[in-house]
Each structure stands twice: as C-alpha cells, then as structure tokens.
Ligand binder design. Structure first.
Ligand code: ADP
Ligand code: 5GP
Length: 194
C-alpha cells in the first residue's frame, strides 16, 4: 500500500547539516512538511516545544512506545527519539509530502514498514569539518560531542541501505541535489498520472 504523499527520510551523522538542509528544503517546497519527533532530550537554547521536537519525560515516552504510537523509535546518544504515527499517516493520506530527520536505526525501521519511503544519507566532506560543525553549533558539552563523533563509524556501516547519498560540502550544492531528488521522485510516472 502506498500513500499519495511522499515520505522522505533523511539521516546522517550529528552536525553534518541535516537540520539545516531540511529547513531550507521545506521552505522551498510548498507541499513538503516536517514531521515533529518526540524526544526525551532536553531542549537546546532556542528550541521550541512542538516545533523543533515534542519534549517529554522518559516515562511518558515509553508509555507511548508500548501503546505503538510511533512508526519508529530508537535510543540515540542516551535519549529516546520517536516519530508519532497518527498525524504522519493522516498527512500522507491527504497527499502531503513529509520529511523525517531521523537516525539510522529509525530509518531502517521506516524502510521495513513502508518500503516506498525515499531515504537520503547526508555525508560530511571530511571528519575534521564534521567536528568543526558540531563545535561551531555550540550545543554540545565535550562529553556529548565525543559520543556523537564516536557514533560516526556505526552510522556509515548502513549507508548502502539508503537510496541516495549527498556530501554536504557547499550548502548550496547539497541543497540543489536534495531538491533534484525530491523533484525526480515527484515525477515518477504513477505519481504524475494519479
Ligand atoms: P545536524 O542537524 O545534522 O545535526 P545542523 O543542521 O544543526 O546539523 O548543522 C550543524 C552546524 O553546521 C550548524 O551550525 C550549521 O549552520 C552548519 N552547517 C550546515 N551545513 C553546512 C555547510 N554546508 N557548510 C558549513 N556549515 C554548515
Ligand atoms: P539531535 O539531538 O541532534 O536533535 O538529534 C540526535 C539524533 O536523533 C539525530 O541523528 C537525529 O536525526 C535523530 N532523531 C531525531 N528525531 C528522531 C526520531 O524521531 N527518531 C529517530 N530514530 N531518530 C531521531
């Protein structure tokens, strides 16, 4: 079963620029909407509850997971993150395109449950630049930054499961590539004719 809306899944190491790219893409494309995940992570300065994430405590997250309210969920860097299913499904049924920015564990769960999902892995130009970007964002303590960098190798192991890969060197070029993928997927014959 395929929904009229397109489900886009974006993953990549912490600090590679997923959030930046997704925000730009959503701003450029009228029918593309961002799915707001639920997390037990504490909000960063400037993050808004309900917009960046739905921030909850561990107990209520696990209650929702037991009640199968997530299409996928995973423990990432010592916190839980999950994609609520009901609103997402309602949007896809209506023909809205949705973008999920989730980790590799979650992306594989989505692909298994919904193979029509289009997955894109974002790569850094090199490890040094990735470190510089996480540091530049200023959101992580030295300890959480180490944890995020240490996960890089693990995440790269599953890159071949993704449909597309983009190196985010120049932001402009990477965004052009992401837009090209979105446009091409929208032009699939059955989508164009239905
Ligand atoms: P992620 O969502 O993957 O963790 P962010 O989107 O928060 O990463 O980006 C991390 C930092 O890198 C931010 O400060 C962002 O402005 C910066 N950034 C993103 N893309 C680029 C790029 N192509 N070149 C330089 N800096 C970038
Ligand atoms: P951050 O704490 O930097 O916002 O996100 C940490 C990691 O969690 C990133 O790799 C991000 O893609 C991932 N993530 C965010 N939301 C979800 C979600 O709903 N599910 C899963 N599995 N991962 C998520």
């Amino acid at each position: 079963m395929e929904f009229p809306g397109l489900l886009f899944v974006i993953s990549g190491p912490s600090g590679v620029g997923k959030g930046t790219l997704c925000k730009h893409l959503v701003n450029c494309e009228d029918n593309l909407h961002y799915s707001v995940s639920m997390t037990t992570r504490k909000p960063r300065a400037g993050e808004v509850n309900g917009k960046d994430y739905i921030f909850v405590d561990r107990e209520s997250f696990l209650d929702k997971a037991s009640a199968h309210e997530f299409v996928e969920w995973a423990e990432v860097y010592d916190n839980y993150y999950g994609t609520p299913w009901s609103e997402l499904e309602a949007a896809l049924v209506k023909g809205k395109d949705i973008i999920l920015e989730i980790d590799t564990q979650g992306a594989l769960q989505v692909k298994q449950k919904y193979p029509a999902a289009i997955s894109v892995f974002i790569l850094p130009p090199c490890e040094e630049e990735l470190k510089a970007r996480i540091k530049g964002r200023g959101s992580e303590s030295p300890e959480t930054m180490e944890k995020r960098l240490a996960n890089l190798e693990n995440e790269l192991k599953v890159i071949c499961e993704y449909d597309y890969a983009i190196i985010n060197d120049s932001l402009e070029d990477a965004l052009d590539k992401l837009k090209a993928i979105y446009t091409a997927e929208k032009c699939r014959t059955w989508r164009t004719l239905s």
